[in-house]
Design a binder for this molecule. Structure first.
Ligand code: 9PG
Length: 782
């Protein structure tokens, strides 16, 4: 028996059983007891399952090593060779500086015959699985739940309580290649769940949880399976995909990590997220890297034309003094066919390079959509290079899913010509057409199950190499947005990442004019599906990349209610990711344009998702802000029900200290008082609607409460000076933005000027006054 320790865990390894215990510091009991590791492979047509305890002549070494990414680590290595000459080594590592336990497995074929790797199980714990134990703290009020992370950008990610079934697509085989990672089980009964890359098992009674997941997916796609029934169980493995390990070659899993966390700390998953960022050498983005702009897709779809782009470009350019959008992104529809990227649709007779120049000439950034790994069966590419397309072992084309009215194919990226073609497309778009921003879509097609030209690569290795090649082709100077891409292998290669399903002009998914059969589909385009991951993947923003929550739609002629549009605007703005409008801008009425205007500039900050582990769709976001006017908390409270609901707010529910607060509600402009120790009645919130509130601890002197000019209700103020009788404040928004600021004043103002000219104020309610201003300038109140 051997033990390792760091500030977060004690790990005890029992070589005679090939099992280990993991005890999080501060927990009354180990989380895992008797957890197992094993490897499944085939050799000479026979299947083997090797458990660590049955490796003969195993050796144990314990040493301190220095990892360039994770610092000093106490490590334990257990190595042995089996009768077939396959050498196995389990490496445990407890980093001194990070509250994580890490382990990985290395296999070396020291025999004379090739080995086919099926899976490396890094964790198997729970009575139902192996006779070991898996326990969370606080048995008394046990209320277990599982945070299930989806495979690629569009996959529904959510926390399931033990009585909820997983959301699964019912579209079957047509869509399976898009949404199901081969190797990840798809359980549908409540209490049994799966996930990709990482997952978290939590106890909502004890408010503690365990994250289990891989730090990277450069070697294998990782799958997880969890059971929340009478006994908890968890299994996590790396999918070997049957890739061949030739004699003399080595395969190593990505690091597997466990983190114990408290559900109510500000960013519970940070230790894991930061470690994965380090492992993949992510360069952390700053708020300046958050794109704001226009995208052609969700109004024009494939019917986009050169003229449509030009008309919208003209509005973006002409409104810069109000809107500050800087990206104009052309989406799907410019190409002759998906796959034929060098041929153009007749609606783009000059191609796209002249548009890139026109966009640049306006001082804006041109962006272009491409789907370099997927191939339409009707493309010239499919006809000219059938040998580049991925096939199964029987030589049949592998489906990439049904889209563009066809069953699509994928490039086999282990064929040099196919990968070179995909890279040439990206290189050309960036450097010859002149697009410094590329949205690379349908990239999951580079990691499907198939009989690859190179049989020694796993799917994740094929995809990772493909993505690395695209990154190199684009050059470091190009901004890459990943879309439809498995998140793990993309880490460190993309500046921005689509983290959810497509948005649409309806709450539920619809197809052929009805939501009857498709209403419950979790991944299809729908407002509800887009917002889901905007909330549940919010913790990644700023750590792994800039999150792309998909576009904002504000036009009035969709099936969305105003409340739903405000919820979308709130979710996008509060989670800090990119902000792209996708309407026909010239046709937008003023009051809808205003919704876009007040979200800019984007804050770019990551909020707390207060109930990430408490509901399938979180309903409470909190962002703590600080500026010249002091400190305040921005809260978004959503009503995701299909019926109107009254909402109450008390400080404790949102983790704020019990005190008296002044509250301004952004979308309706109400100012309310939240007395200490009391609950505030916010009234009725419409179905799928929200309240966006700024809470400030009540003060005796003059106080800034917010404005109707920026959703943050405070970052618009660049300077603030106040004494008991006067206020001076300077605003820093685009000059052409009009609106009013709201102040709490201990006594009625006697006079007020903006930029030296007298202004007429309005009394909103006792002690609260609104002053008309515009985006830049100084307001003085006596
Ligand atoms: C262009 C679009 C837009 C959009 C992308 C992607 O069949 N499907 O499940 C499916 C999902 C998403 C999707 C298309 C089809 O949209 O997310 O922003 O660029 O491609 O074709």
């Amino acid at each position: 028996m051997l033990s390792l320790e760091n500030a977060a865990f004690t790990l005890t390894f029992r070589p005679e059983h090939g099992a280990f215990d993991l005890h999080p510091r501060g927990w009354e009991r180990p989380a895992f007891e008797g957890a197992r590791i094993n490897v499944r492979y085939r050799l000479g047509g026979q299947a083997f399952e090797r458990l660590a305890e049955r490796w003969p002549d195993a050796t144990l070494t314990q040493e301190t090593v220095y990892s360039p990414r994770h610092g000093r680590m106490e490590t334990l290595a257990f190595a042995g060779v089996d009768e077939d000459g396959l050498s196995l080594c389990v490496h445990f590592a407890l980093p001194a500086q990070h509250p994580l336990a890490l382990w990985k497995i290395r296999l070396e074929n020291e025999g004379s015959r090739p080995v086919l790797l099926d899976r490396i199980t890094l964790l198997e714990a729970g009575e139902a699985l192996n006779g070991g134990r898996l326990r969370l703290p606080g048995s008394g009020r046990a209320d277990p739940a599982w945070y299930s992370h989806g495979w690629q950008s569009w996959n529904w990610s959510a926390t399931y309580a033990a009585d909820l079934p997983s959301r699964r697509t019912r579209l079957g085989l047509l869509e399976a290649p898009m949404y199901i990672c081969d190797g990840t089980p798809q359980p549908s009964r409540p209490g049994h769940y799966s996930g990709d890359f990482f997952g978290a098992l939590v106890d909502r009674g004890a408010r503690r949880g365990l994250l289990a997941g891989f730090l990277a997916q450069q070697q294998h796609f990782g799958s997880l399976e969890a059971w929340l029934e009478d006994r908890l169980a968890l299994r996590a493995w790396a999918n070997g995909d049957g890739a061949r390990i030739d004699p003399g070659t080595v395969v190593e899993s990505d690091w597997f990590a466990v983190q114990a966390f408290d559900l109510d700390v500000p960013q519970p998953l940070d230790a894991y997220l930061d470690a994965a960022a380090r492992e993949n050498e992510v360069r952390p983005p700053s708020a300046r890297d958050v794109p704001a702009g226009w995208c052609s897709w969700y109004y024009y779809y494939q019917a986009v034309t050169e003229a449509a782009v030009q008309q919208n470009l003209a509005v973006v350019a002409q409104m810069r003094q109000r809107l500050a959008l800087d990206l104009v992104q052309i989406d799907d529809g410019f190409e002759a066919q998906v796959g034929d990227w060098f041929l153009f649709d007749p609606a783009f007779p000059r191609g796209v390079a002249p548009l890139a120049r026109e966009i640049k000439n306006q001082g804006l950034v041109p962006g272009l959509w491409l789907a370099p790994f997927i191939v339409h069966p009707g493309s010239k590419l499919a006809a000219q290079h059938p040998e580049w397309l991925l096939r199964d072992a029987r030589g049949r084309l592998v489906s990439s899913g049904f889209n563009w009215n066809a069953i699509t194919s994928a490039l086999d990226l282990t064929i040099p010509g196919a990968l070179e073609y995909a890279c040439a497309v990206v290189d050309h778009a960036a450097h010859d057409w002149g697009f410094p921003y590329l949205k690379l879509d349908f990239l999951y097609a580079g990691g499907l199950r198939g009989a690859y030209n190179d049989p020694c690569r796993s799917r994740a290795q094929v995809l990772r190499r493909g993505l690395e090649a695209l990154r190199a082709a684009a050059g470091a100077e190009t901004t890459l947005l990943g879309c439809g891409v498995p998140l793990g292998p993309a880490l460190g290669l993309f500046e921005a990442m689509r983290i959810g399903a497509d948005v649409a002009g309806s709450w539920q998914p619809r197809y052929l004019g009805t939501s009857l059969f498709f209403g419950a589909e979790p991944h299809m385009p729908a407002l509800r599906n887009a917002i889901q991951n905007t909330l549940t993947r919010a913790p990644m923003h700023g750590r792994w990349w800039v999150n792309d929550p998909d576009c904002l739609l504000v036009r009035p002629d969709t099936r969305l209610t105003l409340a739903e549009v405000q919820s979308l605007a709130t979710a996008i703005a509060m989670t800090g990711g990119s902000l792209l409008v996708s309407d026909d801008l010239p046709a937008l009425p003023e009051e809808r344009l205003r919704i876009v205007e007040v979200l800019l500039p984007a804050l770019g900050q990551r909020p707390r998702v207060l109930d990430l582990f408490d509901r399938e769709t979180p309903a409470r976001l909190r962002l703590d802000l600080e500026g010249p006017t002091g400190v305040w908390s921005l809260l978004a409270l959503f009503n995701w029900d299909d019926t109107p609901h009254t909402l109450e707010l008390c400080a404790a529910d949102v983790g704020l200290p019990d005190a008296a607060y002044r509250v301004r509600s952004f979308w309706d402009g109400r100012v309310l008082d939240l007395p200490a120790g009391a609950a505030l009645d916010l009234g009725v919130i419409a179905p799928h609607g929200c309240a966006l509130l700024a809470l400030r601890p009540a003060q005796p002197g003059p106080q800034y409460l917010g404005s109707d000019m920026h959703f943050s209700q405070g970052t618009e103020v660049a300077e603030w000076q106040a004494d008991s009788v006067s206020v001076r404040l300077a605003l820093s928004l685009p000059a052409a933005r009009q609106g009013y600021v709201v102040l709490w004043l201990p006594c009625a103002p006697r006079s007020a000027t903006f930029e030296g000219a007298a202004v007429a104020w309005r009394r909103e309610c006792p002690d609260v006054y609104a002053f008309p201003v515009h985006g830049q300038g100084v307001l003085q109140v006596w």
